[in-house]
Design a protein around this ligand. Sequence first.
Ligand code: IMP
Ligand code: MG
Length: 177
Amino acid sequence: MKDNIEVLITEAEITARVNELAIDIAKQIDNDWLVIALLRGSFIFAADLVRALHNAGCNPQIDFMTVSSYGDDTESSGKVNINYDTKAEVKDRKVLLIDDIFDTGRTLSATVELMHQRGVTELKTAVLLEKPERHEVDLKADHVGFQIDNKFVVGYGLDSVNRYRTLPYIGWIRGDK
Ligand code: IMP
Ligand code: MG
């Protein structure tokens, strides 16, 4: 499978950056926080990040959500399809949202809006990747692992039609735009 893929960010680079992110995040959150990983794309990043948080002295609670932003509607704020919801009640909680990639930003922005509607008291966001050229929303993620060019990437949890999630690095498929 690897022959097909051009490596963009190596496994070692990801590990080093995830550890740096955890050290930064651990300065801002404590064990009272609830971490919500947005599935499916963030599952590997979230798994590594929360263990790095532990190593940085921080042990928050963990939960999961699967969301998708509404179609191509530019007015996506607060409009999010919830395919799987958190077990935990988020009202009056401090929440760290983790996602794989900030592309247009609609997913994260709509989820942030939803969290506010549900009464979170404090909110932070962390994404592994960001494509600055693609931003369509005002929101900025609080923690960003890597900024990348406007290319479709796979690996480390990110998929193309549910393939390539297993790659331990981030790359792009040769021949893709
Ligand atoms: P948004 O455009 O920021 O709302 O991103 C929506 C979702 O599209 C992300 O959470 C990813 O799951 C997916 N996505 C966006 N860009 C890529 C990519 O380059 N590779 C794989 N998935 C992507
Ligand atoms: Mg996603």
